[in-house]
Design a protein. Structure first.
Length: 228
């Protein structure tokens, strides 16, 4: 089986766009994620860390420029705007706000795929899996929500499980407060630090029996799961 070249998040409220892009991306070796609304896009971007994002500007719940601004608070993944807006001012606004490229609709698939390849040229695919993950002496099962240690098994709550899985997927890397909050509680809670502090505290208590594994704080930035 050929390894995936990466995961592309397609954000567009037109079902036709997804029907066209999904098989085209698959045929080119990419996995794809789909979102039709801005809030859904922000949540998927934070939770799944796609390698690149294709973003329409005309979304039903918020303008694509606002989605782009929020994306740039927590991800450096390439963002390619795919839009029917052809005014130069729209392109300048998007590029100045952090978009990597701007492709006008109707889309020319060959050109779009070339632009995706160019955007990903210096990036490596991020593996995503629903299978149990091992971190040191811990085994984390995202599906059953169990944290398994050498001598016991602990059941996690839904949010504890989601938080630990997110940190484990990116172990050794500091995730920003905004990225974590958006992934677990949604973009409406991107600044609700109390949620995060409470659940980080709960996980730390459950990890006390495993001193070689800990959640560290990067003051003013975020948290990371590390092995000592």
């Amino acid at each position: 089986m050929t390894a995936s070249l990466g995961t592309i998040l397609v954000v567009d409220d037109e079902p036709r766009i997804h029907r066209v892009l999904t098989p085209s991306l698959a045929a080119s070796g990419y996995n794809s994620l789909h979102a039709e609304r801005g809030e859904e896009a922000l949540r998927l971007a934070a939770l799944r860390s796609p390698n690149a994002i294709l973003l329409d500007l005309g979304l039903p719940d918020m303008d694509g420029h606002e989605v782009l601004r929020k994306l740039r608070e927590f991800t450096s993944a390439p963002v390619i705007i795919i839009s029917g807006r052809t005014r130069e001012s729209e392109k300048i606004k998007a590029l100045d706000a952090g978009a990597n490229d701007y492709v006008e609709k109707p889309l020319q698939l060959g050109e779009l795929l070339a632009r995706i390849r160019a955007a990903l040229r210096v990036r490596k695919p991020v593996a995503e899996t629903g299978q149990p993950m091992t971190v040191g002496t811990l085994t984390i099962d995202p599906v059953t929500q169990y944290l398994m240690m050498p001598d016991k098994k602990i059941r996690l709550t839904k949010h504890e499980n989601a938080l630990l899985v997110l940190l484990a997927r990116h172990r050794g890397r500091v995730l920003s407060h905004s990225q974590i909050l958006t992934a677990i509680w949604g973009p409406a809670h991107a600044k609700d630090m109390m949620y995060l502090r409470v659940y980080i505290g709960r996980l730390r208590r459950k990890l006390e029996a495993q001193p070689a594994i800990s959640i560290i704080t990067q003051p003013g930035v975020g948290y990371a799961l590390v092995e000592s």
